[in-house]
Design a binder for this molecule. Structure first.
Ligand SMILES: Nc1ncnc2c1ncn2[C@@H]1O[C@H](COP(=O)(O)OP(=O)(O)O)[C@@H](O)[C@H]1O
Ligand SMILES: [Mg+2]
Length: 249
């Protein structure tokens, strides 16, 4: 789905700085793919190329058999900081996803109730984002993404700003939901254990310029419990191998 992709940014002096170099990447239908790498290695840039928000310098980005030139309709984004509308309640924010994907007005209340229940937000449905904790805001943002129901989820460190316990709960929730819908996910993180716990494959990136260093297949059993899977010796082995690739033994 990415073929020999290169991306450079031109700085104020007019010098072209390579940020991503020769990126080749595939994604299977329903696959959960994680991308890990140090800060600045181009993870967010890569997601923006896939989402069509940013043009490539050279190479091909193909989603669903089509060359990406603008944001494709069937792709949804979730960021580290939630992008909820501050003036709209939790319900309204989630409903926006239903509206955007063309869910008929009469079908929306039922689907909204389902999502609120699934995410444990029913009691908070009328809260404004400012009155929610970070974890609840990310839950609501996930709710909006699920309401939109794209074929491809692009997630850029969505739990990066959360405390360890909330992160654990969100990871569990995401795995459970992914198991229900079986959509493709590209999940960017700098947390190796999070990447291994969630995904089918982990792509390890190296910086300067951003490139793919290695790809690890994660053959841990499914369905997985995001916390319990960490006790498996295979889990530890994969994490260690990735740490070695990153160069921090
Ligand atoms: N719009 C831009 N203009 C110039 N440089 C950029 C732009 N966006 C990102 N970069 C640079 O590209 C590199 C990769 O950034 P980014 O994709 O955000 O990395 P990551 O998400 O892995 O931390 C960084 O060196 C960053 O400064
Ligand atoms: Mg980033």
């Amino acid at each position: 789905m990415l073929r020999q992709v290169n991306k450079s940014f031109v700085n104020k002096q007019g010098v072209s700085l390579p940020v991503l170099e020769n990126i080749d990447m595939t994604l299977a239908d329903g696959e959960f793919l994680a991308i890990v790498g140090p800060s600045g290695c181009g993870k967010s840039t890569l997601l923006r190329l896939i989402s069509g928000l940013l043009p490539v310098t050279s190479g091909d980005v193909i989603v669903d058999g089509r060359h990406v030139q603008e944001p494709p309709p069937d792709v949804g984004f979730m960021f580290q900081r939630d992008t909820l509308l501050p003036w709209a309640s939790v319900s309204k924010n989630i409903e926006l996803g239903l509206e955007l994907n063309g869910t008929p007005v009469e079908k929306r209340p039922e689907r909204l109730d389902e999502l609120l229940t699934m995410l444990g937000l029913t009691k908070f449905r009328d809260y404004m984002p400012v009155a929610l904790s970070g974890g609840m805001r990310q839950r609501a943002a996930l709710g909006r993404l699920l309401a939109y129901a794209p074929a491809l989820y692009l997630m850029d460190e969505p739990f990066g700003a959360l405390d360890a316990m909330t992160k654990m709960a969100m990871g569990r929730e995401l795995l459970r939901i992914w198991g229900l819908y079986n959509k493709s996910v590209i999940f960017v993180t700098h947390d190796i254990e999070e990447a291994v716990g969630l995904s089918d494959r982990v792509i390890v990136m190296a910086p300067n310029p951003g490139r793919i260093k290695s790809i690890h297949k994660i053959d841990l059993p499914r369905p997985r419990d995001f916390r319990e899977v960490r006790m498996l010796p295979e889990f530890r082995e994969i994490c260690e191998a990735i740490w070695r690739d990153i160069g921090l033994e």
